[in-house]
Ligand binder design. Structure first.
Ligand code: NAD
Ligand code: DAU
Length: 348
């Protein structure tokens, strides 16, 4: 099978390729990525020279270029990760989210429709639980929960989900959608909560917690997400949506204190010293209070189960960041520093 993976140089896409390229030498994996600030080819060093791996540096906003990749590689399957993914960036600059997440998904669907006239190709769309909006203190998101996105990011992902469904209903395209909760693990760009807090703790910098730190996220180890996507591709049903989550709700403040505890354990700093870095800052506008995924459908229908607990996964993740200073140096480019300075300073 020829598999077109979009966004394969980002956090989840790179974990997906690192897992599957060596495991499946019988498939060819083509990574289509425009290499934004969030991409890092250093994340793919282990597979870059594999016989069954190719890289195409292409922007999904450019239809002609996307069409060219379809003509050249004739994929049977698209696994669509490419997106602008950070909520805070979508607040300070939403345009790129509309372009990449909505127009880019539309271009991929159009190219797939043109090249898959035999109706055999499969389009797997990777999406998020944020499309469902915010929960109060109780309840969980199921696949039929009404869409109610809060940020430009989640609204753009919701629009892309609707487009994918429309291509299934209108054009008969074979599609599947997965909506997953918060991922964490190796290779995550340090603008997101967990890697940002780990690196700041190691550097003795403030740990900026939004509002009172009482927002709840449902954390899933990235490897478990990748295995779930592969299972849906292999065993799921066309036209269906599957929620993926770890059944692991944690308040932000508890995530941060747990990070302090593990970093202290691994570096010889004290937990008290690190907790002293916690700084409560101005809340994110439109900040969703709580996410919780009900993953009963994928568990029951496809026998998928996460393998990492939050304790084992978080320790593994922090150890990875401590053991990979070269990767961290690569992502800390001038652009990263500029953005952090402009947007994450003076948040008090
Ligand atoms: P990321 O920001 O780490 O990586 C995104 C990748 O997409 C980068 O390599 C980037 O270069 C590429 N990309 C962005 N715009 C592009 C464009 N116009 N053309 C080609 N490539 C482009 O994101 P991530 O955290 O790995 O998320 C991957 C996908 O999973 C996204 O669709 C996201 O919405 C979804 N998702 C993420 C999470 C999470 O917790 N991170 C949870 C659920 C779903
Ligand atoms: O739920 C899935 C989503 O999870 C994905 O679709 C997104 O791509 C991914 O970025 C993530 O979105 P969040 O907004 O939940 O993740 P983030 O790491 O930005 O923030 C997690 C929580 O931590 C959130 O409640 C905001 C809070 N936070 C975040 C940062 C960066 C802080 O308190 N301080 C911070 O500095």
């Amino acid at each position: 099978m020829k598999i077109l993976v979009t966004g394969g140089a980002g956090f989840i896409g790179a974990n997906f390729l690192n897992l599957l390229v060596p495991r499946h030498p019988e498939h060819v994996f083509v990574n289509l990525d425009t290499l934004t600030y969030a991409a890092n080819l250093g994340s793919l060093e282990g597979i870059a020279k594999a016989d069954n791996y190719r890289l195409e540096v292409v922007d999904i906003v450019d239809f002609e270029a996307v069409d060219g990749v379809f003509t050249k590689h004739q994929p049977d399957l698209v696994v669509h990760f490419a997106a602008e993914s950070h909520v805070d960036r979508s607040i300070s600059g939403p345009r790129a989210f509309i372009k990449s997440n909505i127009e880019g998904t539309f271009n991929l669907l159009e190219a797939a429709r043109k090249h898959w006239s035999d109706g055999k190709g499969l389009f797997h769309h990777v999406s998020t639980d944020e499309v469902y909006g915010s929960l109060g203190d109780t309840g969980m998101f199921v696949e039929t929960t009404r869409y109610d996105p809060s940020s430009p990011y989640s609204a753009s992902k919701a629009a892309s989900d609707h487009l994918v469904r429309s291509y299934a209903r209108t054009f008969g395209m074979r599609t599947r959608i997965t909506n997953c909760s918060n991922n964490y693990g190796p290779l995550q760009f340090p603008e997101k909560l967990i890697p940002l807090m780990v690196l700041n703790a190691v550097d003795g910098k403030p740990l900026p917690v939004y509002g009172e730190g009482l927002n709840v996220r449902d954390w899933l180890y990235v490897g478990d997400h990748c295995e779930a996507i592969w299972k849906v591709i292999g065993e799921g049903a066309d036209g269906e949506t599957y929620n993926i989550g770890g059944n692991n709700e944690v308040r932000n403040i508890d995530v941060v204190t747990e990070i302090c505890s593990i970093v202290a354990d691994l570096t010889g700093k004290t937990k008290g010293e690190l907790e002293g870095l916690i700084t409560y800052v101005k809340d994110r506008p439109g900040h969703d209070l709580r996410y919780a995924i009900d993953a009963t459908k994928i568990r029951n229908e496809l026998s998928w189960e996460p393998t990492e607990t939050f304790e084992t996964g978080l320790r593994k993740t922090i150890k990875w960041y401590l053991d990979n200073p070269a990767w961290i140096e690569q992502v800390r480019t001038g652009e990263y520093r500029n953005w952090i300075e402009k947007n994450y300073q003076d948040r008090g």
